[in-house]
Design a protein around this ligand. Structure first.
Ligand SMILES: Cc1cc2nc3c(=O)[nH]c(=O)nc-3n(C[C@H](O)[C@H](O)[C@H](O)COP(=O)(O)O)c2cc1C
Length: 357
């Protein structure tokens, strides 16, 4: 990793209010101050999915670059793919501040940002301009707080963005937009997927789910996604649950919790989706991934790819080459010639587990 920001600025950023620190980090990325990862890719980690080359399975999850203003600098940090958004049809301010909280003792975050963003018209040209990019790019789409009509708005977003990205993520799982998560119900989800049908035949559509669904509701999402032509799922978004083990007093703040406490739930849900979909969906595990061992555990549960956000906030850009290195070492230790050889080895054992919500 070259560049001064990773080594020097992280401890300083962590003393600043979290949303301000995030704005500075994004600015530094845009100015080229965040460094780049020059370490070679481990060919064992590469995969071709959706006809695209993913040099490694570690992706940046949605929400970090909501306005797609740092696509290339983020792609230089060593990720295997990057997802921007959530993009809404129109610009909106999001919820009142403060709305992002660091739960440092728990290595967790709570956010109730509520999709602040510049809206499709401002963001689209940036995405279109990133046509010649080194990595697959996903765009995550969501709804405005006011005046949304789900089928119409998701379709307009998908139509505009599809020609410019490698996949689209249907976000029906953010806890901070009233009513959004209700769109996971089978009838609503099926109607939205039907509105996207012809777009999805050219550009893969992935459904991102909440971790707060019970097993039966989650199974219905997987089945609806399959029946509706989705090509994959991202499991999972932030949780509205507050595990008793949280130590930070900020745990009482409202919003979506991210970080390590999501990991086990996300892994179990992913295994369930892997069993139900039997290879028909590309599965992206997301929630609390901090190490190469975590990434491998998700792959063993059935994931093709993983994404992270919170660990990147706490550990900075040096995390990405480290996690790739750890993943390579874990493959060697397990005797796997390639990442794919580990995929799904634990699906059956986790998929039997139900969970309480
Ligand atoms: C500050 C913040 C903002 C987020 N914004 C979005 C978003 O706009 N869209 C989305 O689909 N997920 C969003 N997420 C959820 C992440 O993409 C991810 O699903 C979740 O944080 C779990 O991964 P992690 O534990 O590695 O952070 C956000 C997460 C955080 C912490």
């Amino acid at each position: 990793m070259t560049g001064f920001l990773p080594a020097l600025a992280l401890p300083v950023l962590q003393t600043l209010p979290p949303e301000f620190a995030h704005a500075i980090a994004l600015r530094a990325l845009r100015l080229g101050l965040a460094g780049r990862d020059a370490s070679p890719d481990d060919p064992r980690l590469a995969q071709t999915l959706f006809g695209r080359h993913f040099p490694n399975p570690i992706g940046l999850a949605a929400g970090f670059d909501k306005n797609a203003c740092a696509i290339r600098p983020l792609m230089a940090l060593g990720f295997g793919f990057v997802e921007v958004g959530t993009i809404t049809p129109r610009a909106q301010p999001g919820n009142p501040r403060p709305r992002l909280f660091r739960l440092a003792p728990d290595r967790a975050l709570i956010n109730r940002l509520g999709f602040p963003g510049e809206g499709l018209a401002r963001i689209l040209p940036r995405i279109a301009a990133a046509q010649a990019r080194p990595l697959p790019l996903g765009a995550n789409i969501g709804l405005n707080k006011e005046g949304a009509v789900a089928e119409r708005d998701y379709r307009a977003l998908a139509l505009a963005l599809a020609p410019h990205v490698d996949y689209l993520t249907l976000n029906v799982s953010s806890p901070n937009t009233p009513g959004l998560r209700d769109l996971q119900a089978s009838e609503r989800l099926a109607a939205i997927l039907a509105a996207l049908a012809e777009i999805g035949s050219a550009t893969p559509i992935l459904v991102k789910t909440a971790p707060d669904l019970g097993p039966a509701a989650f199974d219905a999402v997987v089945e609806t996604a399959l029946a509706g032509g989705a090509r994959g799922m991202i499991i999972a978004n932030t949780t509205i649950a507050r595990p008793a083990a949280l130590r930070s007093p900020l745990a009482r703040e409202a919003g979506g919790l991210s970080g390590p406490m999501l990991f086990d739930r996300a892994k179990m849900m992913l295994a369930r989706a892997a069993r139900l979909s039997g290879g028909r969906l590309v599965l992206i595990g997301c929630g609390g991934i901090e190490t190469g061992a975590d990434a491998l555990a998700m792959v063993r549960a059935g994931a093709h790819l993983v994404q992270l956000y919170t660990a990147f906030v706490y550990q900075g850009a040096a995390l990405i080459p480290r996690i790739r290195h750890e993943l390579g070492a874990a493959l060697s230790a397990g005797g796997f010639a390639r990442l794919e050889a580990a995929r799904g080895l634990d699906t059956a054992s986790y998929a039997e587990n139900a969970w309480n919500i």
